[in-house]
Design a protein around this ligand. Structure first.
Ligand code: HEC
Ligand code: HEC
Length: 470
């Protein structure tokens, strides 16, 4: 076959083929035909490309349209849940801990001095300026609003402007109860109006938030003391040790308030963005997003739902959880499970924000990128572009050269490779699960020693610039 075709096309045969002979005799026509064909081809490819482009943005059939509108609906729902859903946890934060009474103060029938906006901002609570009516913004600007008065805090909560805090109000304007949402810890604001007041930034870790100080305000900590079987002084000591940007999700499982070195056992609040493509979540890889969302909503926020994780029946590792039956929680009605799909989609949709231009040195970062995947061997675990392993993204404490305290408080006794995107957004509080490395250079120095990487000072700086660029 090949030989035959070769013959027909070969010059030697041209006289035997009248068409070929005719074409050769009229070179002008040949060029015209070829130009015509070429133009035709260009036209066809361009049309195909245009159709392809249109297909990407427009729905081509009913199924595509349905998928798009479902995704959009779930995204909107997920955003609402993430920001405003308490899953019925008012029963804990309000009715049990009576935190709302501490916020109101005696003036409104609560206890103590109450929480003024200044105090609220000081413990790291954030205010969404887009939820404030224009005249209030104006008044704040002209210092006509009393930021020392708990009444103003109540007004701000009523406007749904305090991130992650949901109030239930009596007719007289006092708080009946209150609950918390995911946004409390996993959102912040851009400070566009004033420090602590600005536009919402969902997914950002609130590293100013002093959760321990907030819980300590609660007039009635008996639910916590009886769960942990310790006295109130001990609970308060544990809470005071957390500090800004930290929370201890394992405290209610194992009752460990402090590490063997005497420091707090709390971990940093991680970002809830840049998580698409990441298999296991949390510092110690407890599970996928939906596992952890159900875990937090039920066991930490104390919402009302269903949760199942028999790993918590381990009475040696998780004495508190095993005692309290956290491995199998059932509530009717279940206010959590139906929210998991949209909540997950929303978190997967929040990509890590790009660093501001000028916040890192581009040339140095480009060199750092090369080092990251070569000499420094970072990309062995932090695989670009997700910066964690595609697969089972877990490592033993020895592999990353740190102690096993926090790892041992989790089912797999390992640390999860942190996805590094958006590191620039959480530079306060330090790095690694407990913030043990104050700066990114400290992190790089740690790997340099642990892995005997022999990085020069300049190479370390380049790596840091690359990390800042993610
Ligand atoms: C009181 C603060 C607080 C609240 C409220 C909270 N979280 Fe978290 N979240 C944390 C902390 C602390 C961790 C790290 C826990 C660990 O690793 O042990 C975490 C971890 C996570 C992670 C893992 C991120 C990663 O890097 O893989 C996700 C996802 C997450 N939270 C989502 C949520 C959602 C959704 C809600 C609401 C249902 C919520 N959180 C409520 C503090 C909070
Ligand atoms: C053996 C796998 C592995 C290698 C190799 C590795 N890392 Fe990590 N990395 C991890 C794990 C696991 C964590 C989480 C540690 C923790 O939870 O305390 C982490 C955490 C980090 C963090 C902190 C993230 C945060 O949110 O606090 C940074 C930054 C980081 N790595 C950068 C690097 C750089 C730079 C390199 C190369 C010099 C590197 N890593 C090499 C596994 C690895």
């Amino acid at each position: 076959m090949h030989e035959d075709r070769g013959k027909v096309n070969s010059l030697a045969d041209r006289d035997a083929n009248p068409h070929v002979a005719a074409v050769i005799a009229h070179p002008g026509k040949v060029i015209a035909v070829m130009v015509f064909i070429a133009l035709g081809l260009v036209y066809i490819t361009e049309r195909a490309r245009a159709q392809q482009r249109a297909g990407m943005t427009q729905q081509t059939n009913g199924s595509d349209r349905r998928i798009n509108s479902d995704a959009q609906r779930m995204l909107d729902e997920g955003r609402q849940i993430f920001r405003f859903d308490t899953f019925g946890d008012e029963a804990f934060w309000g009715d049990t801990l009576k935190l709302h009474r501490a916020i109101m103060g005696t003036k409104f029938g609560g206890v103590g001095a109450g929480v003024s906006p200044k105090t609220a901002l000081a413990v790291g609570l954030k205010v969404d300026m887009d939820a404030l009516p224009a005249d209030l913004v104006d008044k704040i600007k002209r210092s006509r609003v009393n930021l020392d008065d708990p009444a103003t805090t109540l007004a701000l909560i009523k406007l749904n402007s305090v991130l992650g805090v949901q109030g239930q109000f009596n007719q007289d304007g006092s708080l009946k109860s209150m609950g918390i949402t995911c946004a409390l810890c996993h959102s912040t604001v851009d400070n566009a109006f004033a420090p602590g007041i600005g536009h919402r930034l969902d997914g950002w870790a609130n590293r100013d938030l002093n959760v321990g100080a907030i819980i300590s305000l609660a007039p009635d900590l008996s639910a916590v003391t009886s769960l942990l079987r310790v006295d109130e002084t001990t609970v308060k000591k544990v809470l005071a040790a957390w500090g800004p940007g930290k929370f201890d999700a394992q405290l209610f499982l194992d009752g460990k308030g402090f590490r063997p070195d005497g420091k707090s056992a709390a971990t940093l609040i991680p970002p809830a963005f840049g998580l698409a493509g990441v298999n296991l979540h949390t510092w110690t890889g407890w599970g996928g997003i939906s596992h952890w969302n159900a875990f937090v909503a039920n066991l930490e926020m104390h919402g009302k739902g269903n949760f199942y994780d028999p790993r918590l029946n381990d009475a040696v590792k998780f004495p508190v959880a095993a005692r309290a039956g956290f491995a199998n929680v059932r509530n009717k009605p279940d206010l959590i499970t139906s929210k998991l799909p949209a909540l997950q989609l929303y978190q997967l949709s929040i990509s890590a924000p790009a660093p501001p231009s000028g916040s890192f040195n581009r040339e140095s970062a480009a060199r750092g990128e090369d080092l990251f995947s070569a000499k420094a061997k970072c990309s062995v675990c932090h695989v670009p572009p997700i910066f964690t392993e595609p697969g089972w993204n877990m490592h033993t404490p020895a592999e990353i050269g740190i102690d096993d305290f926090q790892a041992k408080r989790s089912p797999d006794e390992r640390y999860r490779t942190a996805p590094l995107r958006g590191l620039w957004t959480h530079q306060t509080g330090g790095f690694y699960h407990d913030g043990r490395f104050e700066t990114l250079l400290d992190v790089v120095n740690h790997y340099n020693n642990h892995g005997r990487l022999n990085l020069t000072e300049r190479e370390k700086r380049d790596l840091v610039e690359f990390l800042k660029s993610l």
